[in-house]
Unconditional design. Sequence first.
Lengths: 139, 314
Amino acid sequence: MSWFDSFRRPPAEPLPALTRGRALACIPRKNSMVREQRQENGLIRLTYPMAARPFIAGLARKLGKNTRPTLKRLDLDEMGTFVWERIDGHRPVQGLVDEFRAVYGVHSREAEVAMSTFLRDLGRRGLIGMDEAQPGRDI
Amino acid sequence: MTTTFHPPPCTPSSDRVLAWNGIRIAYPQSWEVTGIRDRYLMLEDREGPALDLRWEVHDGAGKYGADLDQLARKLQKSGLSIRPPDHFPIKWQSPAAWHTDPDATPVPFVWSATPQGRDCIGCLLRFPLPGVTAVLRIHRDPTPANLSRAAGIISSLKIFPEQGPVPWKIYDIAYSVPPLFRLSSFSLQPGHYRFIHAGKGVQLLYDRIGPASIVLQNSSLREWTARFHGLKKSSDFDADKEQESTHSILWSTSRKRDPVPPSGLARFFRGARRWRGAVWIPPGKNMILAVTLSAASLPSDHLFHEVCSSYVLV
């Protein structure tokens, strides 16, 4: 080991692997900042604030522009509405998968993949968070 | 020391059956198929990877035969270390203990992802008659229970040469492919599975689309079929064979476009192709099944109906 190595940042601790079982036991929770509105066709429209990226926000501040987060809208389809209505802070992902499978008659693995893709998309937009802890706790 | 033992039966009643690209295997109910490639399968339980299986089809002696050293050298490149199962219980060191197909040569081994990693069990299997070599790895410690389960799975492994009809069963669909058709490509997206098999000048497509209640919305199956397959004329539909009561549509047409365009020069030298298709919703199910056959001159109706009747939801 050279003296230079002592200046190097130690390698980051690897995150514990999230097994399929643990991922299915996670509980999705809605972001309290999200407003939901039922439309005439029965589907849900979500409205949520989206903050600008720090660089853009800083630039806007310098230029004296409005830096308040903009409001985004997301229209859910029938299956998205079905899942969103069932995210109650108590049901784990596995529970959502089981209900989805029972109602739409799809295969369990297909329901699992569709659900994880949908929840990942909601998470990326900041509409939900995933919790491995006890049910019923607010985020 | 005696080496008699009885591995647990791997029957379809207690286990799930998977048939994919010429092999069939039974696996426990709690496992799920999570990785699929042409000749590779990964199965997981809730704790993580449980089993993976890769196989090669070859003529004559094969690429690595039944030689463990050759396999070890081949897999070493991917960072895996493989060695003989010296510290297995003595009965499991005997190839006969794995109860494989009588024609197969099993070679049990121990493998680990890193030289200091956890030891797991595996088995190299060579089927000389159809010319298939399979490597099956169980991602579990070599405890007697896991060895017994591994032996049960390995004993269920069966090979189907493509000279005969090949059964396919993956997730909730099952069908039988006529002899001499090979898997050309596949896609498994939630809501749409597609498998394309190619024979001599013939393409065979299997689609499974759903949920039907969502896909169809307010349109009829006929309208949806016309949109999905790009059918513009009503004469494309077999009016006399259309059976609205069982939700099935038969159609046939002629056009230049292939379901899957050929590559290279072939695309410039092709004439019109005949297409024949069937679309139906199995009774009591919420899925649409579709079979499409495309060829310069279509094979007999008998073959088409045989293909359709073997395609089921399970």
